[in-house]
Design a binder for this molecule. Structure first.
Ligand code: MLT
Ligand code: MN
Ligand code: ZN
Length: 309
């Protein structure tokens, strides 16, 4: 099983189009050691030809272009994207669905009922696409039933419900529903190895920690270094926690949490931060924050990174 990072940045991307923070300005002018990144998405494949797209980023077309293996070119019109799964209804995870409208057949879309509700009301991508390729919604159940998708033979996907909020345009924004946000455990039944993917992880409930401890690969919330990062830069009035994200540094932060997960030569665990906001100092490859991460055995995701499990 291959897992490919298509987009390692949080919403806005890196650099963000209208941002002149130290990082965005620095990467644009090449005055800092950092790589540009597109917005939040990964893809999973068993045969390297048929892919499950997990989250459809606003940068999807650039991501497809940057990953030619997602265009197997078997027919005059073709794609390696056999199905899409979205973990929430946020702009950075669903807008790319609109870019798939030229498909010849309805798009198989795996989403919880809460997310599908948002995608048929507050952000009506479902009804819009019904005028183009159409969408075939496959509900993700949260009753413990794992997903076995034809596109990923011998792979099991288990949704992990997360405590967070629906997007601002959701009709149930102020009444959080189970299924507004999920993480995923993705297991290769042949190797027995599993990945845990959660680009937004505000509250680490016991079942979430359990899923993290069982994983060989963690692709987890790398949004901000400090909780008040956006406020300190004068860019937002919201903390990371307000946005459903757990900052890396400080007490109870992601570094401390990842430190509790044992990695050994016998069972190496890769701990990788993903969904990195453009304000995050860990984007600077030779900076002190990146050194701290290395000391804790934590990696920073980049676009194009591939994991074999
Ligand atoms: C988030 O991860 O908090 C959201 O995607 C933010 C956004 O893109 O507006
Ligand atoms: Mn996001
Ligand atoms: Zn910026």
């Amino acid at each position: 099983m291959k897992i490919k990072v298509l987009g390692s940045s949080a919403g806005g991307g890196f650099p963000q189009w209208n941002c002149n923070c130290r990082n965005c300005d620095g990467v644009r002018r090449r005055t800092i050691k950092a790589k540009p990144r597109t917005q939040s998405s990964i893809a999973v494949s068993v045969d390297g030809e048929e892919w499950l797209l997990i989250n459809a980023s606003p940068d999807l077309l650039a991501q497809i272009a940057a990953n030619p293996e997602m265009q197997p070119a078997r027919r005059v019109r073709d794609t390696g994207i056999a199905a899409v799964l979205v973990i929430d209804a946020q702009i950075d995870h669903v807008t790319g669905l609109l870019m798939l409208r030229e498909r010849g057949r309805p798009l198989p879309l795996y989403a919880t009922d809460a997310v599908w509700q948002d995608l048929t009301t507050g952000f009506p991508i479902g009804p819009i696409l019904s005028h183009y390729c159409g969408v075939m919604h496959h509900p993700i159940a949260l009753d413990g039933t794992p997903l076995n998708l034809a596109v990923l033979p011998r792979v099991v996907i288990e949704p992990v419900p997360l405590l967070s909020k629906a997007p601002p345009y959701s009709p149930h924004r102020d009444a959080p529903a189970r299924g507004d946000n999920i993480g995923l455990t993705i297991t290769n039944l042949d190797s027995g190895r599993r990945a845990f993917y959660a680009p937004g992880l505000g509250t680490l409930e016991p079942h979430v920690l359990e899923a993290m401890h069982a994983a060989d690969l963690l692709l987890v919330d790398g949004t901000t270094w400090t909780d008040d990062e956006m406020i300190a830069l004068g860019l937002s009035s919201k903390t990371a926690a307000d946005m459903g994200h757990l900052a890396q540094s400080g007490k109870g932060g992601m570094i401390e949490v990842l430190d509790t997960i044992e990695s050994s030569a016998l069972r190496p665990v890769r701990k990788v931060l993903i969904h990195i906001n453009n304000t995050n100092p860990i984007l600077i490859e030779d900076g002190p924050e990146r050194r701290v991460l290395s000391e804790h055995g934590i990696e920073v995701a980049e676009d194009g990174m591939t994991f074999e499990l």
